[in-house]
Design a protein around this ligand. Structure first.
Ligand code: ZN
Length: 308
């Protein structure tokens, strides 16, 4: 069964200005690398639909959704936080990004595909219920998870997040929801300066100090994530797939390699095979060194495509 690959060119329209690391070239760098690795020949390509207001409203306040969407009628740009710029094209890109995850979720839960990857931006895991933050507008993965709960009645969904930044938005949205388990590793202390002291049966946060290497990252996954995931027995696993902990990525001071992303993907897939009929939906979050990003996503997808 092939991997579903979801994308839309509208995701390239959102541009936060010259020199901003969360740039349209990230999407193209990934596609270029996948093409060069001949991986695109073996995926099923889907053009992402737009998320509906109803789908977004499961995890965001209506007033906030409308505030973002209304910007398509405006001119110029505005700073929603010091790093997060909204432009008239942003709503369209953000709707495609969240819509991609909804469709990926549908394709996987209905058995059309076992695994899916959403090559989309803007990313989502910092987006709070009523606030854009950290380059994120709508919480794409949360929208997908809420869709599964509402439309398919699933009640054991795991979200694993190996982006170098803590996914504070996803945590805020599902903090008190035992249907969703969050497993996360992130550099600490670091942006967004939270998460290190939050731990519950369903929130497995593993802060990692600057300088952490792949072997320590793997040990953290083995010690903290895997026992919790086996206990939870998820019916489907989302991956908040950020690649900014790569050693070449100047956004952070963690030292992961593409091989570490392949390894953690394999571990996630083994859990999915055991409990979730192999169902995994992976969604791009961070990753700003373009060459390293392309190579890391290729390594990640080879595992999801069961090539290695
Ligand atoms: Zn990040």
């Amino acid at each position: 069964m092939s991997l579903a690959y979801l994308h839309h060119n509208d995701c390239l329209l959102h541009d936060m200005g010259f020199g901003h690391p969360e740039c349209p070239a990230r999407i193209s760098a990934i596609e270029d690398q996948l093409r060069a690795s001949h991986l695109l020949d073996f995926v099923s390509y889907y053009e992402a639909p737009m998320a509906t207001r109803r789908q977004l409203a499961r995890v965001h306040e209506l007033k906030y959704i409308d505030r973002v969407l209304e910007f398509s009628q405006q001119e110029g740009h505005a700073y929603l936080d010091p790093d997060t710029v909204i432009t008239p094209h942003t709503p369209q890109a953000a709707l495609r990004a969240a819509g991609a995850v909804v469709q990926a979720t549908e394709l996987v839960v209905t058995g059309k595909h076992q695994t899916a990857f959403c090559n989309i931006r803007p990313p989502g895991h910092h987006a709070l219920r009523n606030q854009a933050m950290g380059f994120c507008f709508f919480n794409n993965v949360a929208v997908g998870a809420a869709h599964l709960i509402e439309e398919y009645g699933l009640n054991r969904i795991a979200i694993v997040d190996f982006d170098v930044h803590h996914g504070n938005g996803t945590e805020e949205i599902f903090r008190n929801d035992p249907r969703v388990m969050l497993c996360s590793t992130f550099q600490h202390p670091f942006y967004p300066h939270c998460g290190a002291d939050v731990f519950s049966e369903y929130i497995i946060n593993v802060p990692l100090p600057a300088g952490t290497t792949g072997d320590k990252f793997r040990a953290a996954v083995i010690t903290h994530w895997l026992p919790a995931l086996h206990k939870f027995a998820p019916q489907l696993i989302f991956i908040s797939a950020g690649f900014d902990a790569h050693h070449e990525d100047e956004m952070s001071q963690l030292h992961l390699h593409a091989s570490d992303y392949a390894w953690v993907t394999q571990e996630i897939l083994l859990v999915a095979d055991k409990y979730a009929q192999g169902r995994v939906v992976s969604v791009l979050e961070g990753g700003y060194e373009l060459q390293a990003l392309g190579r890391s996503v290729a390594a990640h997808l080879k595992v999801l495509m069961r090539i290695v």
